[in-house]
Design a protein around this ligand. Structure first.
Ligand SMILES: Nc1ncnc2c1ncn2[C@@H]1O[C@H](COP(=O)(O)OP(=O)(O)OP(=O)(O)O)[C@@H](O)[C@H]1O
Ligand SMILES: [Zn+2]
Length: 474
């Protein structure tokens, strides 16, 4: 059986992945807070963990892998949007408006992530459906001295958990010095974080054992993931994932809660974090306002498969940018691959594809292998290997005869252009620059742009392109 190796953030090393139970491999990934459309950065963990899900299914069997990704549907940002609608005169109750907001956001999320070819996780629990489990877990934490109630709030006593900070490699004192921890009168220690907080009558709330008004309140964000992962995956499971921005405090807090409530278990064995999609060196985020949504790109006509390809071209552990140039190149390659695999049956995933992917999800290496298969004309293997990373599948099919990313309206003249590009490369390799220049000039005269670089020769039609003039050059 293939050995998968994954970089475990907890140990900071690449480790052989050994599932607790190979017949039931279990993964939890922190999902979105459903208050608005997903931005392109939010799509990165979806694609990264979709690729891992596909690999696990390939290695252990499609029915032997459970992937849970939650929806956080209780949050101040959701309430704020509902309140905004109410203030604009919507006659419905705040509860109805909140429900409407979360429902529509979940629907959008599914539509957008489906368009990127991401498989739906096995289970997608909503926080509001698991409040009972959260309350029970908080009660256990209070009973064992790891949490306390004060003024209707319940707080986790961070100093009661000696390993706090291990995941992110920080000491509690460093964290206090460096972090934006909220100092509040109801906290014994500034590091303590909220497990439960009171709710007013007009905001979403559930009865609880804590505080006045039947303890009407709502859970803190961190306890949601600890409770839902425990309910659905048990005391110990294999992989926990999310973006690196969640490592501290969210994941640190999840670990503290789960380890203290279920000391008999090991919670997640492997922690994996994807790096950020950036815009000019900064994390793409709602709060910085430097974002565009997945839907913006799809509406521009950029195929979801192209977006997926661009993400796969950078390793998940490296920051990356979105550029139109990357999208254009991705589209060109995918169009070529789709042209040759369209009527071909998938054969077998190649050994090199599996080796690259099993090596800590080296998706860039997989693309290199796919290029090799394309060049060698091994189209059945190209299709099978591409499908393993969610490319060339029917779910993300698009009209590849039409160009989408460039704004010049054109068809892709691969069949003519490829042999001409190859001739230029051959002439240059033979140092016959007179011939390569002659062909290049003729191609330009036919209305094409020619880019020659170390990576190869790229010919793209301009709006004046006249394919008939190329026939003689073939
Ligand atoms: N720029 C980014 N690049 C990669 N992953 C990201 C980026 N921004 C958020 N994520 C990830 O998206 C997932 C959903 O996060 P969440 O719903 O908390 O995001 P958000 O609150 O909409 O984002 P923001 O960080 O923009 O406020 C998390 O796994 C998070 O790590
Ligand atoms: Zn989480």
């Amino acid at each position: 059986m293939t050995t998968i190796r994954l970089t475990n953030t907890k140990t900071r090393t690449k480790e052989d992945f050994v599932p607790i139970d190979p017949r039931d491999v279990r993964m939890y990934v922190c999902g979105p807070t459903v208050y608005d459309r997903a931005h392109l950065g939010n799509a990165r963990p979806v694609i990264v963990f979709d690729v891992l899900f596909r690999l696990l299914r390939h290695v252990y069997g499609a029915d032997q892998v459970t992937y849970v990704r939650n929806f956080t549907d209780v949050d101040d940002k959701i309430n704020a949007e509902a309140q905004r609608r109410k203030s604009l005169g919507d006659p419905r109750t705040l509860e109805e408006l909140i429900r409407e907001r979360t429902e529509e956001t979940i629907r959008w999320y599914h539509e957008d992530m489906d368009a990127l070819g991401a498989m739906r996780p096995t289970m997608e629990p909503r926080a509001t459906e698991w409040i009972g489990a959260m309350i029970a877990m908080i009660q256990d934490l209070i009973a064992s001295g790891h949490a306390y109630e004060k003024e209707g709030h319940v707080l986790f006593r961070v100093r009661s958990y000696k390993d706090y900070g291990k995941l992110s490699g920080r000491s509690v004192d460093d964290m206090i010095a460096g972090a934006r921890v909220e100092v509040a009168p109801f906290k014994e220690d500034p590091m303590d974080f909220v497990l439960w907080k009171p709710s007013t009558d007009d905001l979403p709330g559930w009865d609880s054992p804590w505080g006045p008004n039947n303890g009407r309140g709502r859970p803190g964000w961190h306890i949601e993931c600890s409770a839902m992962s425990h309910e659905l995956l048990g005391d110990s499971f294999d992989i926990h994932g999310g973006g690196i921005d969640l490592q501290f405090p969210h994941h640190e807090n999840e670990i503290a809660q789960s380890a203290c409530a279920h000391p008999e278990g090991s919670f997640a064995r492997v922690w994996m974090h994807n790096e950020m999609l950036q815009v000019e060196g900064k994390k793409m985020s709602k709060s910085l306002g430097n974002f565009f949504t997945v839907r913006d790109l799809l509406d521009k006509g950029i195929p979801g498969e192209v977006i997926r390809f661009v993400f796969l071209s950078t390793h998940y552990s490296k920051p990356m940018d979105w550029t139109e140039e990357k999208a254009r190149q991705a589209e060109t390659e995918l169009a070529q691959w789709r042209t040759v695999t369209d009527t071909v049956d998938a054969s077998e995933v190649t050994v090199d594809t599996l080796l690259a992917l099993s090596n800590d999800l080296n998706t860039h290496g997989v693309l290199t292998e796919l290029r090799r298969l394309f060049r060698q004309g091994d189209h059945g293997a190209l299709k099978a290997s591409a499908e393993l990373v969610g490319l060339l599948t029917p779910e993300v099919a698009w009209d590849y005869k039409k160009q989408h990313v460039m704004f010049v309206p054109l068809t892709i003249y691969n069949k003519v252009l490829d042999p001409i590009a190859a001739k230029i490369v051959q002439a240059r390799e033979a140092k016959d620059y007179a011939t390569s220049d002659r062909i290049r000039d003729a191609v330009i005269a036919a209305g094409y742009e020619v880019k020659i670089s170390k990576a190869g020769v790229e010919i793209t039609p301009t709006e004046h392109a006249d394919p008939a003039k190329l026939e003689a050059l073939k």
